[in-house]
Design a protein around this ligand. Structure first.
Ligand SMILES: Cc1ncc(COP(=O)(O)O)c(C=O)c1O
Length: 369
């Protein structure tokens, strides 16, 4: 038996997963987590109107979803003041990152990102044979100048920037990102991943001409709108680029339940405003918990907070392991020196209290170990 004959590219890939999910961890541990505050999900949940719309749509689930995502694209276009031709809807930003990489990255093509930035993007680049060039963070932020300087050197197909950033939660002002767009070298495309933009201070998103072929901005219903499990993301870009997705995307990839939920969620901006306020309060709560334990929280423009454990990556990994052992699901940055931190999602008081109770024990155990 020969078995499946993998492409040389796939045969060469390591067996990696970008993240080990909390359910996998629960199966391995044999018990559930007490607080699920590790994946930057919105523990405050979706709009009740979105839930009602999804319930109602469940009766129609015998039908495929609208392959053109027409209603949702029209609503998003109105929301952003762009044309529907500027918008592609897909299976979360993750799905869209995969499509975009497939559209432009051939084996051997250069791609520029930051060392320690969102790993799912790197996973897609590897899957299409791209060559990643990584620049370090500077002062716990993605370094815009270094990204452009490296782009000038290697002429990448794609440059990746998350603003606000995951895993540090830091952000650059709109003017800096707008200036970066003007520096994108000819032939490169900037991916501006704004997954967390709904939590950022007003005005952080730069004004970008939707016809500008140098940049594609990505947004999601997974974070501010609290619908990570529905898998709805979208990108805004020049019509030619947006149209190109139709050549390769999974046209029936969107569930109609998710389409209905996203539409209702977008219409409920009051819920989003409420979640923003709750997240802001939870960020302060996390900073206070860190301070009570003699630790510093980094300023965050997202729904999570990076807490500096005050030593090196090995120590932070021990703190994380001790938290997980006590049923608190959190994650941490992968790369030094950012890996001196643990990363904790904002959540209602039940989870925050569980974290507040457990962190001193985890720190003590980590120090003893
Ligand atoms: C920077 C960033 N981009 C994209 C995503 C994934 O978004 P989606 O759920 O829309 O695939 C995440 C999720 O954690 C993220 O942190």
């Amino acid at each position: 038996m020969i078995g499946p004959r993998y492409t040389p590219l796939v045969a060469s890939l390591p067996e990696t997963v970008p993240f080990v999910g909390p359910e996998t961890q629960e199966r391995l541990r044999g018990r559930p987590f007490r607080a699920r505050i590790g994946a930057n999900e919105s523990v405050f949940g979706p709009s009740p109107r979105a839930v009602a719309a999804m319930r109602a749509e469940a009766n129609e689930v015998w039908k495929y979803g609208d392959a053109q995502n027409h209603e949702l694209r029209q609503a998003l276009a109105a929301h952003h003041g762009v044309a529907a031709e500027n918008i592609i809807v897909g299976e979360g930003i993750d799905g869209l990152l995969g499509y975009l990489t497939r559209l432009v990255v051939a084996p051997g093509d250069a791609v520029v990102t930051s060392d320690g930035a969102y790993p799912t993007f790197n996973y897609h680049v590897a899957g299409f044979g791209g060559v990643l060039h990584k620049v370090p963070y500077r002062d716990d932020r993605e370094d815009l100048e270094a990204l452009i300087a490296r782009a000038r050197d290697v002429a990448p197909k794609l440059i990746y920037l998350a603003n606000p950033d995951n895993p540090m939660g830091t952000a650059h002002p709109a003017a800096s990102v707008a200036a970066m767009v003007t520096e994108v070298p000819e032939g490169s495309l900037l991916i501006l991943d704004e997954a967390y933009i709904e939590f950022a201070p007003d005005g952080l998103a730069p004004r970008i001409d939707p016809a500008d072929p140098r940049v594609i901005r990505m947004r999601t219903f997974s974070k501010g709108y609290g619908m990570a499990g529905a898998r709805v993301g979208y990108a805004i870009g020049a019509p030619d680029l947006i149209g190109a997705f139709d050549k390769i995307r999974n046209h029936f990839g969107m569930s109609r339940i998710s389409q209905a939920g996203a539409l209702a969620a977008l219409e409920d901006q009051a819920h989003l405003a409420q979640v923003r306020a709750q997240v802001a309060a939870a960020r302060d709560r996390l900073a206070a918990i860190a301070a009570e334990n003699g630790l510093a929280a980094l300023p965050s423009a997202t729904n999570f907070v990076a807490i500096d454990c005050g030593a090196d990556g090995d120590f932070a990994r021990r703190v994380l392991a001790e938290l997980v052992a006590r049923d608190i699901f959190v994650r941490m940055p992968f790369v030094a020196p950012q890996d001196r931190c643990i990363r904790v999602s904002c959540a209602p008081e039940t989870e925050m209290a569980a974290f507040a109770e457990t962190l001193p024990q985890a720190l003590a155990a980590a120090r003893a170990g």
